[in-house]
Design a protein. Structure first.
Length: 228
């Protein structure tokens, strides 16, 4: 019989831990198999505290600066799940984008992400140099994304605001076997519409850390007032 050591104080502490749960409806997405896992939900964040306390299947780590090796290493180390890491776009292109992608691959990311403004030549260079999938962000189902897919992008991340389901549907009709990630929107109905349109996985933007901290402090003040 397996012996179990109980640590009641640790179990009580875990019971009071706050977990950021993705919307339950995201778990109905078909999923994308990568690094031995099926990914249905991705948390869109680079905040390590948020990432460590979120139950999403993967991390979509894209930020509006040039990819930094120290940030990538910290994200991979803390996430304990696949990381889709942003490496280029309008700011970072060409050889610098490739270097960022190579370092990200060596750090253990599951895929590298580029935004919609990346030149086709940069897509081709990435596909030639890195072994992990290249994920391109798309705002419309136009000739730009078609050329990027033709250049070797193997995943598309649709971020088209309120038009996301329509863009997903158009891409799914044209590319039935293409893995598609898409932003889910602010409501369960919006997420359902995105999945129904053909998204394999959905990204979720968590509340801002300042808002979460405000909720915790308000609760702490209420509890302190009750002790008076």
């Amino acid at each position: 019989m397996t012996k179990v050591i109980k640590r009641e104080h640790a179990e009580r502490a875990r019971a009071h831990e706050s977990v950021l749960s993705v919307p339950e409806v995201m778990r109905t997405a078909p999923g994308i198999a990568i690094q031995g896992r099926k990914i249905r939900s991705l948390v869109f964040s680079t905040d390590l505290a948020v990432i460590c306390h979120c139950d999403a299947d993967a991390v979509l780590a894209v930020y509006p600066f040039t990819c930094q090796p120290a940030i990538t290493q910290a994200l991979v180390a803390a996430s304990q799940r696949p990381v889709f890491n942003g490496v280029g776009g309008s700011i970072t292109q060409g050889e610098r984008c490739v270097e960022a992608a190579l370092h990200s691959e060596m750090s253990g990311v599951a895929a590298v992400v580029v935004n919609t403004s990346i030149p086709v030549e940069s897509i081709s260079a990435l596909v030639e140099k890195v072994a992990v999938p290249v994920c391109v962000t798309a705002c419309t189902a136009d000739d730009v994304v078609r050329r990027q897919i033709a250049a070797g992008a193997s995943i598309v991340n649709v971020a088209a605001g309120s038009r996301t389901p329509q863009v997903v549907e158009a891409l799914r009709w044209e590319y039935p076997d293409l893995p598609i990630i898409a932003t889910g929107g602010p409501t369960d109905d919006a997420i359902r519409a995105t999945i129904a349109a053909g998204a394999d996985a959905v990204s979720w933007t968590p509340p801002a850390i300042a808002d979460l901290e405000r909720e915790v402090m308000e609760k702490a003040r209420r509890l302190a007032a009750e002790l008076l």
